[in-house]
Design a protein around this ligand. Structure first.
Ligand code: 9MR
Ligand code: 9MR
Ligand code: ZN
Length: 875
């Protein structure tokens, strides 16, 4: 074949096999004939390479004599039961590639080498069967990428069982070296063919309430100064305004202008025009623009129901996950059927469930008239608003998750995530994991809240909830700081935590609200914050601030109010300096929840003060979610012009298109999955989102991302708060304290604001919380003094017994000590991952008085201390 000269173009646009219009523009450098495999000679280890095992396959990966060495001890039951792979190679349609590698094996055997789709039908774009011997052979050939461009393909060697061989292979090692993949001819590549459309004018694609804040965001502006709002039916210009607020927006990598058209209030369909730029997508103004969205955002939860038959023309299914579940580490089987599937997976977890339920109940409380009894669930028409019926479905399951002693089991799921199948096809054993104090406190708070809401509709159920709340409160008092970590053999969602102080605060205030008994407030002297699943203090604040007849002079009320307003000042400040109105300055996994949470805090601040700048910020968060964002996406599936079509959601993936009404996780600057790494590499932080079903870190959906959307839709409605206590007449000043360093997910006390360390991506679920001021200050300062004064290997004790250095002594410290002994590679002193015990922790943990380092006796001593068998540490 005649070679064409390579184009000299340096920067090209990545094409995309999915959803061209919603894909962010990705620029990549396609250097002629460079090796697309970064670690190809294995001089410095296996980095970039990994293994996959299933169906009995067993292997280990390392290097030997400068070669990649895969030792296969069991070929398993499938050709791909053992795989060694290199992830993320870009293949452009019509590109001619040269693939080359040296390969040999200690045993004669057959394997397959290929580059395949990572996901979907895992098709091979190129495939070679190779008979290996101990003599290294060089595989070297060219192929043309005939399929659509795939910039996240995977180079894979299938080393599982091969039909050609009968019987078992002995343990053997496969050596691979000098791997190279080059694009040798791109003359037929059309790098622009799938170029995503990035509109120059961004608006809320669902639309605006007549009285709502309406801001169009412009980019790609050259010399334009004016824009118009055009009636989409009559083409009449109804309003002309100025482009304002020019701003270099570093987080989005663009220069923006905004155009305010809030004064357009007449119902109708419109678009924005601006000479030289494409018109915006069409949007609506009207009183009812969010009616369907409000219904679908709740009905989506119905479609996530587990353990019962679900009726829907597309997503209906028979009852799933109905088997009895095994209590972890025992032979006990219990019935924990029911509840909602958490997300794109089918686990059911108490911690995020509590957030979801609280959002729904408070959403209902904030604007009851928005919630009908006719959204299309089995309970529609029963006289109870459907949002309450739906929340009750989850609460009934949560009740089953309460252990006989009052604690709440942390979660129920299979040991690992299933394939991309409908829920009924996940039939592996269900496992209920141990109780935790975070789950129990969240459970307690939800039940106390529920008791109040269902009293009017079903007294027996309300009583059942209150009894459960009381029992869990008693458990909590006896078992503080009983934190959860996934057991090693369970890899589904962890929802772990570093502290349960914010959960306990919420439970305490909610118990007070339910009982009016001030004894509960003894442990609620400082307000906490957070509407996340890991930080929930603001639910305690909401409990007191929206309580009927709350004593507004009480410290619990004023602390809560101060905490909310302080956060709202910060968030509204961020929003006003962002062209897109975003209250966030950092985008983590689930940032759309954090946006919605920010809107909720601002909405509450508006109710507390009557100050409309908070209401503006709240509405801007809603506008962001529905299209006013740098990726020009309405993040709710099935709404707006461009919305997620390929969510990481197993039912949608199994059916082949997106379920309606689901809020995607959204922008995540940490690139925590292969698709995000491939498509968002090099993009500005606020544009790291990809509508690809493999992108679970940007495009998954969850029950607790939809629920704050629902709450925000309530709080931004003009009816919101109408039935609540009147806002106070004196308007609180909203000057922002410039020293505030809180992030939206961090916990703060009302007296001192704490900076949270922001996490490396994958550990974000456990690291965004800080402990109380007192503890933190003391442990920080003493750690500092340790580094300067004490000898390097034996830090002086900061808190005897505090092996995990979280500022408190609890059973978790004993557990960590035992883990560090039983499993030193993961928890021992020699590693630096967050799972490992630190030198400081080891010093703190040596409490049995013999000073010889941590042993199981130290763990025992801590347990004795927890049980009050000894009165102080060290013993
Ligand atoms: O499908 C899983 C999703 O629900 C989780 O949020 C995500 C992170 O825990 O993991 C997904 O499962 C992936 C797993 O972690 C790694 N192998 C591929 C799985 C499917 O993408
Ligand atoms: O929402 C969770 C996010 O805050 C974490 O960063 C992430 C990684 O631990 O996990 C998310 O929760 C996932 C859960 O573990 C499994 N079900 C899907 C959830 C959403 O992706
Ligand atoms: Zn199920």
């Amino acid at each position: 074949m005649k070679k064409h000269t390579l184009k000299r173009c340096a920067a090209v646009l990545a094409a995309c096999t999915v959803m061209a219009s919603a894909m962010p523009v990705v620029s990549m450098t396609a250097n002629a004939a460079t090796n697309l495999i970064s670690n190809s000679t294995f001089e410095s280890g296996t980095s970039g390479w990994g293994t996959y095992k299933e169906s009995g396959g067993k292997c280990s990966l390392g290097t030997k004599d400068g070669k990649l060495a895969l030792t296969v001890s069991n070929v398993g039951k499938l050709n791909y039961a053992v795989q060694v792979f290199y992830d993320i190679v870009p293949l452009y349609q019509n590109g001619v590639y040269r693939l080359k590698y040296d390969i040999s094996c200690t045993t004669d055997r057959f394997i397959e080498g290929m580059i395949q789709m990572n996901g979907g039908d895992y098709r091979a774009y190129t495939w070679k069967g190779i008979s290996l011997t101990s003599e290294p052979q060089t595989v070297d050939y060219e192929f043309t990428m005939d399929d659509e461009t795939d910039i996240m393909a995977k180079l894979v060697f299938n080393c599982g069982i091969q039909e050609k061989y009968e019987g078992e292979l002995p343990e053997h090692t496969i050596f691979i070296d000098n791997v190279s993949l080059e694009l040798v001819d791109d003359s037929k590549v059309d790098y622009n063919s799938n170029r995503p459309y990035a509109p120059s004018i961004n608006i809320n694609q669902v639309g605006y309430r007549p009285e709502g804040i309406k801001t169009a965001v412009f980019r790609d502006v050259t010399d334009q100064t004016e824009f118009s709002v055009v009636n989409a039916d009559t083409k009449e210009k109804v309003f002309t305004g100025k482009l304002e607020n020019k701003k270099d927006n570093a987080s989005a990598g663009e220069t923006n202008y905004t155009g305010d058209f809030s004064s357009v209030t007449e119902a109708g369909k419109y678009y924005i025009s601006c000479d030289g730029l494409d018109n915006s997508y069409t949007f609506e103004i009207g009183d009812k623009v969010y009616t369907n969205l409000i219904d679908d955002s709740v009905r989506m939860l119905y479609l996530q129901r587990c353990g019962v038959k679900v009726e829907d023309s597309e997503f209906g299914h028979a009852a799933c996950h109905t088997d009895m579940a095994t209590v972890y580490g025992t032979n006990n089987k219990i019935d924990v059927s029911g509840g909602w599937h958490d997300a794109g997976d089918y686990g059911r977890y108490v911690v995020p469930a509590a957030k979801a339920v609280a959002d729904l109940l408070y959403a209902y409380q904030a604007a009851p008239e928005l919630y009908s009894d006719s959204i299309g669930i089995p309970e529609s028409g029963n006289g109870t608003p459907d949002i309450l019926d739906e929340a009750r479905f989850e609460l009934e399951w949560m009740l089953k998750m309460q252990a006989p002693d009052g604690g709440a089991y942390h979660k129920v799921s299979c040991a690992s995530f299933p394939a991309y199948v409908m829920p009924t096809a996940e039939t592996a054993e269900l496992i209920v994991t141990p109780v935790s104090s975070t789950a129990t406190a969240d459970f307690c708070a939800s039940m106390a809240l529920a008791a109040e809401f269902y009293e009017k509709y079903d007294k027996d159920f309300a009583k059942k909830c209150m009894d459960a709340a009381n029992k869990s409160w008693a458990w909590l008092e006896a078992n503080p700081n009983f934190l959860f970590k996934n057991p090693e053999d369970i890899v589904t969602g962890e929802y772990g935590d570093m502290t349960d102080k914010d959960e306990s605060y919420w439970a305490a205030v909610q118990m007070y609200r339910a009982t009016k008994d001030e004894k509960y407030l003894a442990s609620a002297s400082q307000a906490k914050t957070g509407l996340d699943w890991s930080t929930v203090g603001d639910y305690g604040n909401i409990a007191i601030l929206t309580m009927n007849g709350a004593d507004k002079a009480s410290s619990v009320y004023t602390n809560a109010k101060d905490a909310v307003i302080k956060q709202a000042d910060k968030l509204a400040g961020n929003a006003s300096s962002s062209p897109y109105g975003s209250a966030l300055t950092k985008y983590d996994w689930g940032s759309n929840m954090t946006i919605a949470n920010a809107g909720i805090i601002c909405g509450l601040a508006q109710q507390l003060t009557g100050n409309d700048s908070y209401s503006k910020a709240a509405q801007e968060q809603l506008n962001y979610l529905l299209g006013v964002n740098p990726v020009a996406t309405c993040f709710v599936s099935g709404y707006g012009t461009v919305s997620p079509e390929n969510p990481h959601h197993r039912p949608s993936m199994a059916v082949g298109h997106a379920m309606k009404g689901m809020l995607a996780g959204g922008v995540n600057q940490s690139l925590e999955d292969s698709a995000a790494k491939a498509y968002c590499n090099g993009l500005p932080a606020a544009k790291c989102y990809i509508d690809n079903s493999e992108s679970y870190s940007t495009n998954e959906i969850t029950i607790y991302w939809n629920s704050p959307l629902t709450y925000l839709l309530s709080l931004t409605d003009k009816s919101a708060g109408a039935k609540n206590d009147e806002p106070e007449t004196t308007t609180t000043t909203t000057t922002t304290e410039t020293t505030t360093t809180t992030t939206t997910t961090s916990e703060t006390t009302t007296t001192t604001t704490e900076t949270t360390t922001s996490s490396t991506s994958s550990s974000s679920e456990t690291s965004t919380e800080s402990t109380t001021t007192v503890t933190e200050t003391s442990s920080t300062s003493s750690q500092e003094s340790t580094t300067t004064t004490s000898s390097q290997n034996t830090p002086s004790v900061t808190l005897a017994g505090d092996a995990n250095c979280d500022g408190t002594v609890s059973i978790a410290d004993a557990v960590l000590i035992m883990q560090s002994i039983a499993n030193p590679s993961k928890f021992g002193l020699s590693g630096s991952d967050e799972t490992h015990i630190t030198a400081q922790g080891s010093a703190n943990g040596d409490v049995n008085g013999n000073g010889n380092g941590i042993t199981n006796l130290d763990a025992l001593t801590i347990q004795k201390y927890m049980l009050n068998l000894i009165s102080k540490l060290p013993e």
